[in-house]
Design a protein around this ligand. Structure first.
Ligand code: SF4
Ligand code: SF4
Length: 293
C-alpha cells in the first residue's frame, strides 16, 4: 500500500483540482485531505460524514477561581497576553494561550491547571470515489501538523482494512509544519507548480524540503502554455535535480467552470485537453511507481 501526496509550493496552483481528478481516475484508494487549515477537497468530492472525532491539539491553561489569590504573577509572565482580568477574576483566553505552561509553573497558589482543549475535528466520510478522511481546525488553532498525522494514520488504517493499494492525499500548500507532517515517510509526491518566477522559487524550496525527507518528486506544470519559456526553464530545473516532470497541463477556461460547478474536471469535461493530459500523467506516474522510479 502506497501513500501519494499532491503538494504545491503555495496555494492556488491547481493542487485540489488535480487531486480531485486523480480521485476519480485511481480506482482503488482511500482519500485524505491533509490541508487541514483550509480544506477544500470536500467541495469537489462531496463527502457524506460517517463519523466525527474530536482533535485535542495541545493542553491550555485554566485558572481555578477558588484557589486564585489575584497576585497577578501569571498575567505578568504570560508572553502571549493570554491572561486577562474580567470583573476582578483572572481568566485565560483559550485562543491566545500557547500552552507554554509558564503560568502553571509560576502560580504560587497552584491555581492553574493545564487541560486538553478541543482544537478541531477529524472525520471519516463516504464519497462517490471511496472513503475519505479529512479534518478541520478551529479558527485560530495551531498544531495542524499533529492533525495531519492523525488523518494520515487513519487513512492508512482504512486502506489496509479495505485492501486498497493507494492512499491519495491532498497536501497542504507551502513548506510549513503541516507539509513536514505530510512528507514524513513518503516515497513519492506529486508537485504542482505554475510557470512564473515565484512559482519556480516556491518549487525550489519545496524540492529542497522533499530532498531532506527523501521524497521523490513527480512535477506537474499547470497552465504551461501561459509562459512556455518559463515552463521549459522549470522542466530543465526539475530534471537537473533528478526529479521527473510527469506532465504539463494547458490553460483551459473549462477548468474554472468545473470548479464553480463543484465537479472534478475529468468528470465534468471528459474530452477536454486538461482531462486527456491528467489521464496521461496518472498512467505515467503509475508506470514509474511500478518500475520503482
Ligand atoms: S498566578 Fe495564580 S494566584 Fe496569581 S493571579 Fe495567577 S492564577 Fe491567580
Ligand atoms: S500556558 Fe503560557 S501562554 Fe498559556 S496562559 Fe499560561 S503563560 Fe500564557
Amino acid at each position: 500500500m502506497l501513500e501519494l501526496a499532491v503538494v504545491s509550493g503555495k496555494g492556488g496552483t491547481g493542487k485540489t483540482t488535480l487531486t480531485a481528478s486523480l480521485a476519480v481516475l485511481i480506482e482503488h484508494k482511500v482519500l485524505a485531505d491533509a490541508d487541514v487549515d483550509a480544506p477544500d477537497l470536500h467541495l469537489l468530492l462531496k463527502p457524506v460524514k460517517e463519523s466525527e472525532n474530536p482533535f485535542y491539539g495541545m493542553k491550555k491553561a485554566r485558572i481555578i477561581q477558588e484557589k486564585c489569590s489575584s497576585c497577578d504573577i501569571c498575567r505578568q509572565v504570560c508572553r502571549f497576553d493570554a491572561i486577562e482580568v474580567i470583573n476582578g477574576k483572572y481568566v485565560v483566553d483559550e485562543v491566545a494561550c500557547d500552552g507554554c505552561k509558564l503560568c502553571f509553573r509560576k502560580c504560587p497558589d497552584k491555581a492553574i491547571v493545564m487541560e486538553d482543549s478541543l482544537s478541531g475535528h477529524w472525520y471519516v466520510s463516504r464519497t462517490p470515489y471511496g472513503t475519505m478522511v479529512h479534518g478541520l481546525l478551529e479558527v485560530g488553532e495551531e498544531n495542524s501538523g499533529k492533525l495531519v498525522t492523525i488523518i494520515r494514520k487513519q487513512a492508512m488504517f482504512l486502506a489496509q482494512k479495505e485492501g486498497v493499494p493507494y492512499v491519495l492525499m491532498d497536501g497542504p500548500p507551502g513548506i510549513g509544519c503541516p507539509v513536514n507532517s505530510t512528507l514524513t515517510g513518503l516515497k513519492y509526491a506529486i508537485v504542482i507548480t505554475e510557470p512564473t518566477q515565484s512559482g519556480l522559487m516556491d518549487l525550489e524550496r519545496l524540492l529542497d524540503l522533499m530532498e531532506h525527507f527523501g521524497v521523490f518528486p513527480f512535477v506537474v506544470i499547470n497552465k504551461y502554455d501561459l509562459a512556455e519559456s518559463k515552463s521549459e526553464e522549470i522542466r530543465e530545473y526539475v530534471v537537473k535535480r533528478g526529479g521527473k516532470v510527469a506532465g504539463m497541463l494547458p490553460f483551459e477556461k473549462i477548468v474554472v467552470e468545473a470548479l464553480s460547478r463543484g465537479e472534478p474536471i475529468v468528470q465534468y469535461a471528459p474530452s477536454s485537453r486538461v482531462t486527456v493530459e491528467i489521464k496521461r500523467i496518472w498512467d505515467y506516474i503509475e508506470n514509474e511507481i511500478k518500475r520503482g522510479a
